[in-house]
Structures are given as structure tokens and as C-alpha cells.
Design a protein around this ligand. Structure first.
Ligand SMILES: O=P(O)(O)OC[C@H]1O[C@](O)(CO)[C@@H](O)[C@@H]1O
Length: 464
């Protein structure tokens, strides 16, 4: 039941000069070996915690499952308050494994809470959330690695006030925090209020944290088998330890990305052919964008490197973006997510055979159609000399989703090594954060406020 990754279409002769040769990969073997050694060393030193996550200790899994059971028994709504790495994973995994499984849900899960991920501070969205839930029947899972993210903390303040009005002193029973074990305001507040809190290991960055309580608690609350998620990740972790580059999925995919990046493919389009995997492309966009988009390399030299993530959905975006992908600039690598066995089968009835456009469809299934369209798009791209590769899901289930998460995270770690950049920080988002603090009058940011306000806008460029 393991994921397959089909890299044929980066080596295919149809690609002509856009094609990678086997020799290109062979030429990467030394780099790969040093990357593998360097990653192993960092892992042993306890620097890259995400490598250990598939091996989560039994007590921690059991504790998450216990809390999830309690939430399912007591509450009608479960709301994640978080942003970026503290929201995209829970959203992607829930969409992959629950949304389209509606008809198969067990009684138990149907009775479980309704799930919302509030990952923005749009006032209209917040107001509608508060209208559709009943706060006294809701548990809010506040997730923030740093414990200091303004968006998430402002949401916490809002729901706390609402809860205090509805349930008084018992408001803390409606909160679960997921944050750093020591640092940040949220941890301190948890201690002060005695709120149930899960820890995100300090050596796991937000965008690599889906297999910590960040993702595991919401998954367990919504009825997903988290042991299977971890088992899938574990199997992939073993595959990504292989010492032969041609057999190591993460090492090979990373080499392909970097080689193509060096040849001008500075965009990576992720195109799942399944609605259930749509938000995987959002999750991956942060992973690729924040990890690989860097000004400096590890030696402090300016490199301005990155591969812009683009999100697309098959087949929908065949009718909006594929024109660009086949005929536009040669600047993209496409990553398809393909599903061999969908969880439903829908037959197209054979009616109106007098019309050629209808006749050929009748009697087939939507399953056949979507798979055929994926293969057809792949063919069209190949013919237009556009490199692409496909991650093949035998079926979308917790095991294969766990495999995918780990594969993409490990691939990013290899890319960081090959490019000699730090794939685990995000200094580029700091300036905007500080400017926000300054504009809202946070103490200690007076100078920044002056700096921000000094940037004048030319009225002649503003059309009214
Ligand atoms: O989990 P936190 O600390 O609230 O951070 C949310 C997100 O903000 C960032 O730090 C910057 O955008 C992301 O890396 C992170 O996932």
C-alpha cells in the first residue's frame, strides 16, 4: 500500500533539452551522501526533531487519544485557532481523510464534534464562526509554536471573552493549548490558568510539526487513526534513509528539484487530482516557500534562492492554468498527486448516444475519466517539453497521507543541504511582524513605528 513516486517524466526523451539525464543524478551522488551524513548528524545531535516524529512514544500517542475521546464525548464543536504551520497541516489532513468519507463515517465519528480551522483574522470570518458555533459546547485548540503569534493570540483573547460570558470561571475547560514546552506567553498563561496543554518539541519548526500534537490532536478528535498516520510516516522515514540515491525518494526528488532550479525551473506547481488532497498543496506551499526561499546561504553569501510554490487542482485547473503550463515560459516543474483507487465510484450513465460528445462518456466512470485526464495532461506537458513527476497514492488513507507528509518534509531537508541554506528558519517574515507591532503601538517598537510611517505614498499613483 506504499506511495509510489514516478520520476519518469523528468528523464523522458520527449523533453529534449529540458530533460535531465541519468548522468546528472549520478553526478549528484557525492552531494547526496554528504547531505545524508549531515542530516543524520543533525538528527543525532537533536537538531532536526521532525525526523524523530514518526517514532512518537506510546505514552504520548495514548495521551492524545485520551484527550481526543474526552473532547468527542463532551463537545459539539472543535475549533483550531492557529496560522501557518499551526493550521495548514490539520486542515490538509482533515480534508484528505474526513471530508470525502462522509458516507463511510462510523456512528462514533458522525457523533463527534464539528471541526473548524480558523487560520485567518478576517473579521467577517471570525464573526461568522462565532455565529455558527455554540461557545458553551466548543473546545478551542489554540496552536502556536512560538506562543507569541499576534493573529492567534488575538483570536484567543476574543474567544476567552466570549467563553467567560457564557460559562464564567469554567472557560479554561473549553481551551486546549499546543505550544513550546517552555517558551512563549501561551505556555506562561497555560501555567497561570491551568489549561490542558500539549507540547511541540522545541527542535521542531512550525511547518514541520504536523506529526506532533499540532496535527495529531485535531486528527484524533475528528476520528482519524493517528497510529496509521505515524506508521506511514515511519515507513517513508526508512525509505528516506536509503544510501543509494536512486532508491531514496527524498534525496532523489530533492536532487531533481535543485537540478531543475539551476536550469531556470524556479516554480513548483503542485497539482493533486483529488479534491481531498487540495489542501496538501497549501501545506506544501508553506513548506517549500519558507524553507527554500532564502537571501543568504549558510556561509552568509547572498544567493536569493527559492522555488515559488504554485497550487493547482486537477482536473479543475486544466481549464484555467494548463494553457500556461504547456505554452508559457519554461520555468516550472509540475508535481502531480495521483490516486489509483478513489473511495467512491460513480458511473456515467450511457444516454443520448446520438451525440458523439456524450456517447464516448456513457458507461465509463468518473474514476476512469479523472485518471484518463491526469494521464492526458501529463502527456500534453511532456509533449510540450515540461518536466513533471507524480506521487501515486494507491488510495488516500491515514497511512499514505503519513507517507506523503514525511516524504515532502525530508525532501525539503535534502534541498536545504544541496543548496547549502538553512531550511529551518524564516527570517524574511520578521520585518512584517515588527511593522505590525509598531503600527498597533506595541511597547518597544516606537522607532520602528516612525520608520514605517515615514514611507510616504505618492498620491499621483493612487487612482480613486
Ligand atoms: O506557530 P506559530 O509560532 O504561531 O507560528 C505561525 C507561523 O508563523 C511563522 O513563524 C511565520 O510566518 C511560520 O513559520 C509559522 O508556521
Amino acid at each position: 500500500m506504499a506511495l509510489k513516486i514516478d520520476f519518469n517524466n523528468v528523464f523522458h526523451p520527449y523533453l529534449q533539452k529540458e530533460r535531465l539525464g541519468e548522468a546528472d543524478i549520478d553526478g549528484y551522488k557525492e552531494k547526496f551522501t554528504s547531505a545524508l551524513i549531515s542530516l543524520r548528524e543533525k538528527k543525532e545531535k537533536g537538531e532536526l526533531g521532525f525526523f524523530h516524529l514518526p517514532y512518537l512514544p506510546e505514552e504520548e500517542i495514548a495521551e492524545i487519544e485520551k484527550t481526543a475521546r474526552e473532547v468527542r464525548e463532551k463537545f459539539k464543536y472543535f475549533v483550531v485557532l492557529g496560522i501557518g504551520g499551526s493550521a495548514l497541516g490539520p486542515l490538509a489532513v482533515h480534508t484528505a481523510l474526513n471530508n470525502l468519507r462522509y458516507n463511510e463515517l462510523s456512528e462514533e465519528l458522525r457523533g463527534g464534534p464539528k471541526f473548524y480551522v480558523e487560520d485567518n483574522i478576517d473579521p467577517e470570518r471570525m464573526a461568522s464562526l462565532l455565529k455558527v458555533i455554540e461557545p458553551e459546547k466548543t473546545v478551542f485548540n489554540v496552536i502556536t509554536k512560538s506562543g507569541a503569534t499576534a493573529e492567534t493570540l488575538s483570536q484567543l483573547l476574543i474567544v476567552t471573552e466570549v467563553l467567560k460570558k457564557k460559562v464564567g470561571k469554567r472557560f479554561t475547560e473549553h481551551l486546549i493549548f499546543t505550544t513550546d514546552p517552555e517558551k512563549g506567553s501561551l505556555r506562561a498563561l497555560a501555567r497561570e490558568l491551568g489549561v490542558k496543554t500539549f507540547a511541540i518539541p522545541p527542535n521542531v519548526g512550525g511547518r514541520f510539526s504536523e506529526l506532533t500534537p499540532v496535527g495529531l490532536l485535531p486528527a484524533a478528535v475528528t476520528g482519524i487513526n493517528i497510529r496509521e498516520l505515524l506508521a506511514g510516516a515511519r515507513e517513508m522515514a526508512e525509505r528516506c534513509e536509503r544510501e543509494n540515491l536512486w532508491e531514496n525518494p527524498a534525496g532523489l526528488a530533492a536532487a531533481i528539484h535543485v537540478l531543475l532550479l539551476e536550469r531556470g525551473k524556479n516554480m513548483a506547481v503542485m497539482m493533486p487530482y483529488a479534491d481531498s488532497l487540495k489542501y496538501m498543496a497549501d501545506w506544501y506551499a508553506q513548506l517549500l516557500g519558507e524553507s527554500i526561499g532564502k537571501r543568504l546561504n549558510r556561509r552568509g553569501e547572498e544567493v536569493f534562492v527559492g522555488q515559488t510554490p504554485v497550487k493547482a487542482l486537477g482536473v479543475t485547473d486544466q481549464h484555467s492554468q494548463v494553457q500556461l503550463y504547456t505554452e508559457g515560459p519554461f520555468d516550472k516543474l509540475l508535481i502531480f498527486l495521483e490516486v489509483e483507487r478513489y473511495r467512491n465510484r460513480v458511473v456515467i450513465p450511457p444516454d443520448f448516444p446520438q451525440y458523439a460528445e456524450l456517447k464516448f462518456l456513457g458507461g465509463h466512470t468518473l474514476n476512469e475519466l479523472i485518471i484518463a485526464e491526469k494521464k492526458a495532461t501529463e502527456f500534453a506537458l511532456l509533449k510540450a517539453r515540461r518536466p513533471n513527476y507524480t506521487v501515486i497514492f494507491p488510495e488516500v488513507n491515514p497511512y499514505t497521507v503519513g507517507e506523503l507528509l514525511y516524504f515532502l518534509e525530508a525532501k525539503i531537508a535534502f534541498m536545504g543541504e544541496y543548496l547549502d541554506i538553512n531550511a529551518f528558519d524564516q527570517p524574511g517574515v520578521e520585518e512584517g511582524k515588527k511593522a505590525t507591532y509598531a503600527l498597533l503601538g506595541r511597547e518597544g517598537f516606537e522607532e520602528k513605528r516612525q520608520e514605517v510611517l515615514k514611507v510616504k505614498k505618492e498620491p499621483r499613483f493612487i487612482l480613486e
